[in-house]
Design a binder for this molecule. Structure first.
Ligand SMILES: [Zn+2]
Ligand SMILES: [Zn+2]
Length: 181
């Protein structure tokens, strides 16, 4: 496996969070946030307040900035700042049916801290491995969604949010057919 399971999960969750704000606002209110947290099996304390929602939306922009940083050198200070602001204190834990794994902040810390610290730890692993380029934006012409390419040969180009790979291939096929005809 390319990266530890919890690293992969942290990065996929970070991309999913960024993508809630790319084209439409998918987290417009507290119930939408709570549903998103359930969908991504995010444990720990939730206040379910407007402030919590705004904090998560602000964090989302900071995570997006890491994707948009353009280089590892530009991404590092952003990641370090997220870690510092989240007051990350990594520790090993096991719970439910998951064996020893890393938690980065205590479960009673604010939601945006926990989401931020976990995403940042995922970025840390990527950056230490020289893999900043795995943070990609979807190659489809009309899609701004981000993705983390965890494929062995770094060949993933399209996001998982829409049907982007398929749409792009169909469009290319039609263009070829037009040229041929
Ligand atoms: Zn856990
Ligand atoms: Zn896409």
């Amino acid at each position: 496996m390319l990266y530890a399971h919890d690293t992969q999960e942290a990065l996929v969750t970070a991309a999913a969070l960024v993508n809630t704000g790319v084209e439409t606002e998918d987290l417009p209110d507290v119930p939408a946030l709570l549903a998103w947290l359930d969908e991504h099996r995010m444990s720990g304390v939730r206040r379910g307040t407007r402030t919590e929602l705004v904090e998560v939306q602000e964090l989302r922009d900071r995570l997006h900035d890491v994707w948009r940083a353009g280089s590892a050198d530009a991404a590092v200070p952003l990641v370090n700042a997220i870690l510092a602001d989240a007051e990350a204190r990594p520790y090993l834990t096991r719970h439910d049916d998951v064996d020893w794994h890393l938690h980065v902040t205590a479960s009673d810390q604010p939601l945006a801290h926990r989401l931020g610290a976990e995403a940042a730890m995922g970025f840390v692993d990527l950056l230490r491995a020289g893999d900043f380029a795995r943070l990609k934006t979807c190659a489809a012409a009309d899609c701004e969604a981000v993705l983390v390419d965890l494929s062995k040969n770094s060949s993933k180009r399209f996001c998982d949010t829409g049907n982007c790979a398929n749409r792009t291939h169909v469009a290319a096929y039609r263009a070829r057919k037009r040229t041929a005809g």
